[in-house]
Design a protein around this ligand. Structure first.
Ligand code: UVW
Length: 320
């Protein structure tokens, strides 16, 4: 492959951008589109009260799906029956015993929301702030906390690209575009409306749990949306607040034409302020949608409120 261009060279000097749209101090970006009317539109998609939780379990015996370089949760017991039996446990008046545990986690190492300041180029993050705000032990700007404080609720629509392509899961590095999303939506008998929370199933998490870990990570390149300026404009024009996928990084890992890593993190998260929800389990929801042909629902989520964090675990709840 020829030399890999810089992010600026790929995206251009004048990329679609929403900086300043909600004021210079805004830290939640396109989630601003989810006003009360959008929440009620989501509520309007509730028909029979089925509830789905979309988090992948943390500490799964198979291992946890994480971006290379990260690790899944490391959890350990602090109090257990053995500790009390050995006489080393705390002594509670009345004899109550309790179990307790603690964990070390990558905050981007499970089902999660990215902070808007999580990824950048040219030393500048969301809304034009300096990337120096990520220094000093925490993110003093555009951390995940404002997203967690706000919460996310609106009409979600699920596009099942794996089902659309007649596969259990998409191949490593398999790409699709916004045109493919619209075609799949139309085949599903639904449509992606303005301000929808766009959920895309590739089957890649199912592949993760069904595959030996070494095989999954060999030549790591996930399937997903692939960058084009038109795709970014489509997100901007449709005022999409949130992209939710069953992949670790929400887009094809490496842009197949340029070799640039994760250009949609730059163009959707940094430039448009689109929230990214990653490692989201969509299979059970997809089966229910396929069973009755209804692909829209009320989508709700709130990542954990962690000060100055780059991202935070989440267990989105869908009601349909
Ligand atoms: C990286 O930070 C590389 O990816 P993600 O947004 O998936 O955590």
């Amino acid at each position: 492959m020829a030399d890999v261009p810089s992010m600026r060279e790929l995206l251009g000097d004048n990329p679609p951008q929403n900086w300043g749209k909600w004021g210079p101090d805004d830290e939640v970006g396109s989630l601003n589109y989810l006003d009360a009317a959008q929440v009620l539109r989501g509520v309007g998609s509730v028909r029979d009260g089925q509830v789905f939780t979309l988090q992948c379990p943390m500490g799964h015996p198979h291992g946890d799906p994480v971006f290379p370089g990260r690790e899944g949760i490391k959890r350990e017991m602090v109090w257990d029956q053995e500790l009390f039996d050995s006489g080393n446990g705390p002594s509670f008046p009345g004899g109550l015993r309790a179990s307790d545990d603690k964990a070390e986690i990558f905050l981007q190492g499970s089902s999660q929301y990215d902070a808007l300041g999580h990824a950048w180029y040219d030393d500048t993050i969301w809304n034009g702030r300096s990337a120096d705000t990520t220094n000093g032990g925490g993110m003093s700007w555009a951390s995940v906390l404002p997203i967690a404080n706000r919460g996310i609720a609106g009409r979600g629509v699920l596009i099942d690209m794996a089902r659309h392509r007649g596969k259990e899961w998409l191949d490593k590095g398999e790409t699709f575009t916004h045109h493919d999303l619209e075609e799949a939506a139309s085949r599903q008998g639904t449509s992606i409306e303005d301000r929808d929370i766009v959920c895309i199933r590739t089957g890649f998490l199912k592949y993760f749990y069904a595959t030996p870990t070494d095989e999954f990570y060999e030549g790591f390149v996930e399937p997903g949306l692939t960058y084009s300026r038109e795709l970014v404009e489509w997100f901007q024009d449709k005022e999409i607040p949130n992209l939710v996928t069953d992949t670790i990084a929400n887009e094809v890992t490496s842009d197949p034409e340029s070799g640039v890593l994760l250009p949609l993190h730059a163009s959707l998260l940094r430039n448009l302020g689109v929230s990214l929800a990653e490692i989201i389990w969509l299979d059970d929801l997809a089966d229910a949608c396929a069973a009755d042909g209804r692909w829209d629902f009320l989508y709700t989520a709130a990542p954990l409120k962690i000060h100055e964090a780059t991202g935070a675990p989440v267990n989105p709840v869908v009601i349909r």
